[in-house]
Design a protein around this ligand. Structure first.
Ligand code: UDP
Ligand code: MG
Length: 136
């Protein structure tokens, strides 16, 4: 049975700054994802804090929120079969040093904080995150 899903992807400030938007979108398309919606925006720190609320107790939370709001990002809704897991696999490990060959983070990530992309980690969170950015 096919399980078409949608997931939220963000091209983070380090990648937008290095003009990698086009190359990263090609990787999604080459891996069968359809980009249903997309917008380039810059968010305020308080919005980043809301988006990453799940991490609020972590030592990296403040820097993470400063970083996500530090420059333009590209926010996308991606669709394909098993999109949530498929996107996590295509992104690679959180730390680019641990990411496998052929993944976005291996190819473009600079460090654990500047790791070029965000992707939802579950179908449930994908719905919440898509709503966060695309519910007008
Ligand atoms: N992060 C960080 N330091 C860490 C762990 C995570 O700066 O030690 C940042 C990193 O940018 C990561 C984000 O926090 O992408 C969210 O962390 P998570 O564990 O959810 O990783 P992801 O789901 O992005 O792979
Ligand atoms: Mg995560």
């Amino acid at each position: 049975m096919s399980k078409i899903e949608q997931t939220l992807s963000i091209i983070k400030p380090d990648a937008v700054e290095r003009k990698l938007e086009g190359e990263i979108k090609e990787m999604f398309k080459n891996n069968g994802f359809v980009i249903l919606k997309e917008k380039k925006i810059q968010i305020e720190k308080n919005e980043a804090e809301k988006f990453y609320k799940v991490h609020e107790a972590k030592p990296f939370y403040n820097d993470l929120c400063d970083y996500l709001s530090s420059g333009p990002i590209v926010v996308m809704v991606l669709e394909k079969e098993n999109a949530v897991l498929g996107n996590r696999n295509l992104m690679g490990a959180t730390n680019p040093k641990d990411a496998k060959e052929g993944t976005i983070r291996k190819k473009y990530g600079i460090s654990i904080d500047k790791n070029s992309v965000h992707g939802s980690d579950s179908v449930e969170n994908a719905k919440i995150e898509i709503d966060f950015f695309f519910s007008n």
